[in-house]
Structures are given as C-alpha cells and as structure tokens.
Design a protein around this ligand. Structure first.
Ligand SMILES: *Cc1c(COP(=O)(O)O)cnc(C)c1O
Length: 243
C-alpha cells in the first residue's frame, strides 16, 4: 500500500489545520468546563489513515493515537514515528487476537466482557507484564455494540479486580448516534455519574482516572460532562475511505 503511495499535499495541509483547530477547541472546552487545558487529552484516531498523515499530526505534537484493528495497527506501525506517542487499542477485540496485541499498545480501551478480560490477564501474566485497560460501557444498551451495561459495571469490576496482569484505569464509551450534541450529552452525563460512583467505591486494583468519550461530532459535549480523553478521527484526517 505505501511503497508507491504519494501523499496528497492538500490533505497534509488540511490534517495540519484540522489538528491545530481541534486541539484548540479541546483546550477551550476544557477551560470552560472548569479544568485546565491539559486535563483533556486529544487522541488522534488513525483507522484507515495512511502513515504519512498520521506522522504529520505527530510532528505537530500529537502524543496519543487510537487504532481499531490489531492487524491494521501491527501492519503500519513500523512506518509511524511513535517514539513519544502513546498507543491505545479502541476497537472491538476478539479473544483470539489478544496474544498479538498485549504488550504492543499502552492501553486497551475496549474491554467488553469477562471472557476477554480473563484472556488479557492470562496473556499478560505469561509475558510478565501488566496491561492497562479501560472498560467499555454500552451506555445505550445497543445490540450492535459491545460493552458492559451500566447496571453490571460494578460487579464486572469486582470480578476483574481479582485478575492478575490487568489494571483497570477507567471507562470508555461510544454512545448511540444522536441527532444533536444535546442528546449525546445525556449519555455522557450518565457516564460521568457511573465514573464518579465507582471511583468513590475505591475498588482494589481499579483506578478511575480516565473517562474516554467524545468523537468528532460530539467531543465538546463529552468534555462538558467530564471526559478526559476525546477520540477524534474524521475531524482531523477527513472522511474515512474503507478498502
Ligand atoms: C472511529 C472511532 C472514533 C473516531 O470517530 P470519528 O467520528 O471519526 O471522530 C472514536 N472511537 C472509536 C472507538 C472509533 O472506532
């Protein structure tokens, strides 16, 4: 894919402009919600994006990227300038891919079942590492999405807290597609409620530090409701083309 690939200068330019503008909006929104500019991190979501565009964002200071697919990430990471960049897996993870990804990313944001958590635990222990993870919450109880239902979250966390090799650092969610940011905001507010409740329970081996929510269309609403990682793809890199 990349050998004969010539980057599109116009697109490079627009990635640059988009990245700077989004970063500014994230900072402004953080301040508006009573936090400091640096309290909310901007993740560049890089699925389907060619390395040259991702590297441009990295040159501008992007220090956190999110990939959805294990194969895609492993296939392109050698072309990325990742020295000072944190890498998160944000897409649905199948149990049979766990061995390939554990130890290769800094965080798995999409822990959506106990079966998956157990596999991450097992593989991490065998590699003698601890995998930092977020629990994905299916806040809209959608059949099409994976993730734990809010009502089951506490029980789920108590069970994970017993496992070795895995450390829960917070929660992640993708709300249902909403007509407006106002509508999305209700889901984000609910998430913040669960996040705080659980944090106050101080479960052993479970830290509630990260609340990962908000994407291109709704990151401002998410920040207003306490998000501290927003995952932005198309607003930075342009519309995705699937091959
Ligand atoms: C693709 C994706 C995003 C980014 O979506 P955009 O709307 O392009 O910003 C964020 N989170 C997850 C889990 C994704 O799969």
């Amino acid at each position: 894919m990349t050998e004969r690939f010539t980057p599109d200068e116009k697109r490079l330019k627009s990635v640059e402009e988009n990245y700077k503008r989004i970063l500014e909006r994230v900072g402004e929104c953080a301040v508006k919600s009573g936090r400091s500019e640096n309290d909310v991190r901007l993740m560049c979501v890089t699925k389907t994006v060619e390395p040259v565009y991702i590297n441009r964002a990295i040159e501008l200071g992007a220090d956190l990227i999110g990939e959805n697919r294990v194969q895609e990430y492993l296939g392109k990471r050698d072309e990325l300038n990742l020295d000072s960049v944190e890498r998160h897996l944000i897409g649905h993870l199948q149990t049979n891919k766990v061995r390939q990804i554990v130890g290769e990313v800094d965080m798995i944001e999409s822990v959506s079942s106990l079966k998956l958590a157990k596999e991450i635990s097992k593989v991490s222990l065998s590699k003698d590492i601890v995998s930092n993870c977020l629990v994905e919450v299916n806040i809209g109880k959608e059949q099409s999405k994976s993730g734990v239902f809010a009502e089951e979250l506490e029980e789920f966390l108590y069970e994970i807290s017993e496992l070795g090799g895995i450390k829960i650092k917070g929660l992640m969610t993708i709300p249902p597609i909403c007509e407006s940011q106002t509508e999305a905001r209700r889901y984000f507010a609910a998430m913040q409620g669960y996040f705080i409740d659980i944090r106050d329970k101080k479960i052993d081996n479970v830290d509630m530090e990260i609340l990962s929510m908000g994407m291109s269309a709704d990151f401002e609403a998410a920040i207003s409701e306490g998000s501290n990682i927003v995952r932005v793809g198309s607003a930075i890199f342009g519309e995705r083309k699937y091959f």
